[in-house]
Design a protein around this ligand. Structure first.
Ligand SMILES: Cc1cc2nc3c(=O)[nH]c(=O)nc-3n(C[C@H](O)[C@H](O)[C@H](O)COP(=O)(O)OP(=O)(O)OC[C@H]3O[C@@H](n4cnc5c(N)ncnc54)[C@H](O)[C@@H]3O)c2cc1C
Length: 487
C-alpha cells in the first residue's frame, strides 16, 4: 500500500468536465486533486467540435471566455437535425457557437486549472471507492488509496466511479453505429461532401495538417461496443463507397452510436457524477462536452459550501434535481435528431414540415435557446417570477462610478446580491453585496423583456436564486437556503 493523501474532493477524470469542476471547487476554497488515467493532456482524435452560447457565457463569468474565442471560429447558427436555426438575435453577448476542437478546449482548461494550482495526478486510474459517514476512500489501480470528503466521477461514459457507487445507467440501446477516424488515405475521396444513404451519413474532410483525413462512416450493421479497428473501418467504407480509398496509418479510430443512457441518480451519498459519467448520447447537435461543463459549474459552488460547512448536505440534492432533467432533455433532443436524420421518404416529409415550422420566429427561438443552453430554467420553486432559475442577463452596470458587467462580478465564483438602488441589506460572506445602476434592457431568451427587479440574488453559476423587493422577507429565506446565512 502506498502513501495516502487527504483532500476535500477527489475528481476522477481530467477531461473537460473534471477540469472545469476542479477549477470551480478550487475557486470555492476547497483542496482538490484530479486523478487522470491518461499520462499526458494529449487527446487522441478530434471528438467535440466546439462550445455553445451558454458554455461561452459561463466561461465569461470566470474571465476565461476570450482564451477560447481567440482560438476558434464563431457561427451564428445551431443545427437541429438537418435544419439550421439562426441564433443571431438571441439576447446574449455570445449569440453563436464556437468551432474549436476538444483537444484545444481541454488544453485551455488544463492551463486554467494549472494556474489555480490544482494537482493533476496523471497516469493514475481510479478503480473503486468505499464510503462511510465521514468520507470516501478512493482506490487507485496501482493499489494506492486517497481519503477525501467527496468523490466526483467525471471519468467518462464507462465510469468506474458510477459502477463502484452502484448507480444504474438505464437508457436506449444503439440502433445505428458509426466509425469516426483520423487516418491517411491513398485515394482521392470527395472531400467535404456529406453522403447520405439508407444506412446513414458518411463523409471525408481534411484535417488541419492537410495530410490526414477525418472520416465518418455509418456501419452496415450495429457494430461491437469494443475498440474499433482499421479492418472495420475499411469494411464500412467498402460497403458505402465500393472502395476504402486505401485508408492507412490511423492515429485515431472510434465508434459512436445513437444509443443514449443516463445515470438514475447523480449522487449516492458522498459520490457524485458529472459529464459523460452521468449521461451519454450520440454526438449529433454537439451537446456532450457542453452539458458536462455546465454540470460542473452547477455542482462546484454547491460542493464548496457543503464541504466548508456553510450549508447542509441537502444542497447537494439540488444538483440532481436541477441537472438530471437537463440531461434528460439533452438525451431526448439527440434521440429526436437521430430519428430526423434517417434517409426515408416519410422522414423526409417530416423534415420538410419541421423546416416550415422552424422558419417561424417562435419555434426557431425556442429551439435555438434550448440547444444553445441559453433557455435553461431550473425549477427553483418560484414560478411567479420569470427570472428565478434562469440565467442572469450579462447587463452593463455602473458600480461605484465605474463601468462593469454582471459577468465580471462573478469572476471569483462568489454569489452576488445586486441592489439597483440605495436601499437593501448587505449580506454576509460569502455573498458579495453590490449596489449598481443599469440602463440595459432586461431581455431573456424566449420570454423576452422582463421588468427589472430592484434586487436580484445571483448564484455563482450565474443563475438567479431570487429576485424582488429588497425588503421582502423572502430574500432572507433565499440567503439562508442557498448560502447558509442566518435568516
Ligand atoms: C465523435 C465525437 C464527436 C463529439 N462531438 C461533440 C460536440 O461537437 N460537442 C460536444 O459538446 N460534445 C461532443 N462529443 C462528446 C464529448 O466528446 C464528450 O461529451 C466529452 O468529452 C465529455 O467530457 P467528460 O470530461 O465528461 O468525459 P471524457 O471526455 O470522457 O473524460 C473522461 C476522462 O476521465 C479519464 N478516465 C476514465 N476513466 C478513468 C479512471 N477510472 N480513473 C481516472 N481517469 C479516468 C479519461 O482518460 C478522460 O480524460 C463528441 C464525442 C465524440 C466521440
Amino acid at each position: 500500500m502506498q502513501a495516502s493523501f487527504e483532500h476535500d474532493v477527489v475528481v476522477a477524470g481530467g477531461g473537460p468536465t473534471g477540469l472545469t469542476l476542479a477549477a470551480e471547487l478550487t475557486l470555492a476554497g476547497l483542496d482538490v486533486a484530479v486523478v487522470e488515467r491518461r499520462a499526458s493532456q494529449h487527446l487522441d482524435g478530434s471528438r467535440a467540435g466546439g462550445l455553445h452560447a451558454r458554455t461561452i457565457e459561463m466561461f465569461e463569468q470566470r474571465g476565461i471566455a476570450d482564451r477560447f474565442l481567440t482560438q476558434g471560429t464563431t457561427v451564428q447558427v445551431h443545427t437541429f437535425g438537418a435544419t439550421a436555426l439562426d441564433l443571431s438575435d438571441a439576447p446574449s453577448r455570445h449569440p453563436y457557437s464556437l468551432g474549436l476542437w476538444q483537444d484545444r478546449i481541454e488544453a485551455t482548461l488544463a492551463e486554467w486549472v494549472d494556474e489555480l494550482g490544482v494537482p493533476v495526478m496523471r497516469g493514475r486510474e481510479v478503480s473503486g471507492c468505499i464510503q462511510d459517514d465521514d468520507g470516501v476512500t478512493v482506490t487507485l489501480a496501482d493499489g494506492a488509496t486517497i481519503r477525501a470528503s467527496y468523490l466526483v466521477g467525471c471519468d467518462g461514459g464507462r465510469s468506474a466511479v458510477r459502477r463502484a457507487a452502484g448507480i444504474d445507467f438505464p437508457g436506449w440501446e444503439a440502433t445505428v453505429t458509426s466509425l469516426v477516424a483520423e487516418t491517411e488515405v491513398a485515394g482521392d475521396p470527395a472531400w467535404g461532401v456529406i453522403h447520405r444513404d439508407e444506412k446513414g451519413v458518411h463523409g471525408f474532410s481534411r484535417l488541419e495538417d492537410g495530410v490526414r483525413a477525418r472520416i465518418v462512416v455509418t456501419e452496415a450493421e450495429v457494430g461491437e461496443t469494443g475498440e474499433a479497428t482499421l479492418e472495420e473501418l475499411s469494411a464500412a467504407l467498402m460497403a458505402v463507397y465500393g472502395t476504402d480509398y486505401g485508408v492507412h496509418s490511423p492515429t485515431w479510430i472510434s465508434r459512436f452510436s445513437d444509443g443514449a443512457r443516463q445515470a438514475a441518480a447523480y449522487r449516492a451519498g458522498r459520490v457524485l457524477l458529472a459529464g459523460d459519467a452521468a449521461h451519454i448520447h450520440s454526438p449529433v447537435g454537439g451537446q456532450g462536452l457542453n452539458t458536462g461543463v455546465q454540470d460542473a459549474m452547477n455542482l462546484g459552488w454547491k460542493l464548496g459550501l457543503v464541504v466548508r460547512g456553510a450549508v447542509s448536505e441537502t444542497l447537494l440534492d439540488t444538483y440532481h434535481a436541477e441537472r438530471h432533467p437537463i440531461g434528460a432533455r439533452v438525451l431526448q433532443g439527440t434521440l429526436a435528431q437521430n430519428a430526423l436524420m434517417r434517409e426515408e421518404d416519410r422522414v423526409e416529409a417530416l423534415r420538410d414540415v419541421l423546416d416550415e415550422v422552424l422558419a417561424l420566429d417562435g419555434p426557431r427561438t425556442h429551439l435555438a435557446a434550448r440547444f444553445s443552453g441559453l433557455g435553461i430554467r431550473y425549477d427553483l420553486g418560484d414560478d411567479g417570477r420569470p427570472l428565478v432559475g434562469r440565467r442572469m442577463p450579462d447587463l452593463d452596470l455602473v458600480v461605484a462610478d465605474q463601468p462593469t458587467r454582471v459577468s465580471t462580478l462573478l469572476h471569483d465564483a462568489r454569489p452576488v446580491l445586486l441592489h439597483f438602488g440605495p436601499s437593501g441589506m448587505a449580506a454576509a460572506e460569502p455573498v458579495r453585496t453590490v449596489r449598481a445602476a443599469s440602463d440595459d434592457d432586461w431581455k431573456l431568451p424566449v420570454i423576452g423583456r422582463v421588468d427589472p427587479p430592484p434586487t436580484v440574488l445571483i448564484r455563482p453559476d450565474g443563475y438567479v436564486a431570487w429576485a424582488g423587493d429588497p425588503d421582502d422577507p423572502a430574500l432572507a429565506e433565499a440567503l439562508a437556503r442557498w448560502f447558509g446565512l442566518d435568516a
